[in-house]
Design a protein around this ligand. Structure first.
Ligand SMILES: [Ca+2]
Length: 372
């Protein structure tokens, strides 16, 4: 500080301040221009001012910095809190997720166990139904062997009464060995109606079988014992010529009505006698009088006219029957479906039940020995 002038081109001065005009500094005199010194001084002052200003703004800045720092700290704190919360929530969610996963696994295990159980049950069911059908087959085989086996060597069933007498109680199809008939016949046995033992010789139930047949067909029989059929005139003749037989006729109309006609004695003549009808002892609900001609009426078909008419009843009225001229009934007429069964002369008729032109819904004719 004492020698600063050397660098400014000044020399020390011993005079009093203000002695020499233009000299502002008391202890020195500048060799250079006094204007230059003033300029330098001015500049110095300005720099000092600036420095002051700068330090002021520095303080301000520092304050601001401090504020900002505080702010940042606050924010960091909040951030930390938020992060903590996020972490907490994440942990919670993960726990829940893990819980859900284990629940799902549990359910899947349960599901697979249950489907396994269902499979087991299905297998058991299959096995059971296989067993049932096996049992049914065995039962059938037993029945058949009962039929073929005979306690007294050659005793075979001639009719359903024989089957019933052998202790068989089930209605169904049985094979009959009718004496003097060339081959065995399958027939449906009714073991339920009035103590059973009935051999069905005619069945109409749905019109699935045509009864427009020839003499030969009516002689030998047609259809299947499991549905609609005609057993055959020859078989019925042979059976009813052996011992006295009874005949039961069952009739069904389209309104749910059911009636029957019972004949205590029933017999069919031979083919040479044109399977002529012989009936006695009528009773039942199918009218006050018999719907069948009682004595001596012969059987006719479209190709065999044996009736008591100048006409040909079988051709006019259809089917094969014991037409008189042409009689009060024909259970082998054309099958007419529901609501189409009125005013049909060639339908399935029984005069004393539903009149001369009403075609019935179902019929059964069945026989068994009178002594049964
Ligand atoms: Ca005729």
């Amino acid at each position: 500080m004492h020698h600063w002038w050397r660098y400014q081109g000044c020399v020390p001065e011993t005079g009093q301040p203000g002695d020499t005009p233009g000299v502002v500094w008391p202890w020195c005199r500048c060799q250079g221009s006094p204007l230059l010194l003033r300029q330098v001084l001015n500049q110095t002052w300005r720099i000092e001012m600036q420095l002051q200003e700068n330090s002021l703004s520095t303080i301000k800045l520092e304050k601001q910095l401090l504020l900002q720092t505080n702010e940042i700290h606050k924010l960091q704190n909040r951030n930390n809190i938020l992060e903590g919360r996020v972490l907490e929530m994440e942990t919670k969610q993960q726990a829940e997720l893990a819980g859900a996963h284990s629940e799902k696994e549990k359910l899947q295990r349960l599901l697979s166990r249950q489907s396994g159980a269902i499979e087991e049950m299905e297998k058991t069911l299959l096995a059971a139904s296989a067993n049932t059908s096996l049992l049914q087959r065995q039962q059938l085989q037993l029945l058949q062997s009962v039929q073929t086996m005979s306690p007294g060597q050659e005793q075979q069933f001639q009719d359903c009464a024989d089957v019933r007498r052998a202790g068989i109680h089930a209605s169904g199809i049985y094979t009959l060995h009718i004496a003097n008939l060339s081959e065995p016949k399958k027939a449906f046995c009714d073991m339920d109606t009035d103590r059973g033992g009935w051999t069905i010789i005619q069945l109409r139930a749905n019109g699935s079988l045509s009864f427009q047949r020839s003499w030969r067909e009516y002689k030998q029989g047609f259809g299947d014992a499991s549905g609609e059929y005609w057993l055959g005139n020859e078989a019925v003749h042979l059976l009813t010529s052996r011992v006295p037989y009874a005949l039961r006729v069952e009739l069904q109309d389209w309104e749910g009505g059911q009636v029957y006609a019972h004949y205590g004695k029933f017999q069919l003549g031979s083919e040479r006698q044109f399977y002529r009808l012989s009936l006695q002892d009528y009773s039942g609900t199918a009218g006050q009088q018999s719907g069948l001609a009682l004595q001596g009426t012969q059987f006719s078909t479209r190709d065999a006219d044996n009736d008591n008419c100048l006409c040909k009843c079988a051709q006019m009225l259809s089917g094969g029957w014991w037409f008189d001229a042409c009689g009060l009934s024909n259970l082998n007429g054309i099958y007419y479906p529901a609501r189409n069964n009125i005013r049909k002369l060639n339908g399935i008729r029984w005069h004393h039940f539903q009149g001369p032109s009403y075609s019935l819904k179902g019929t059964r004719m069945m026989i068994r020995p009178s002594s049964f």
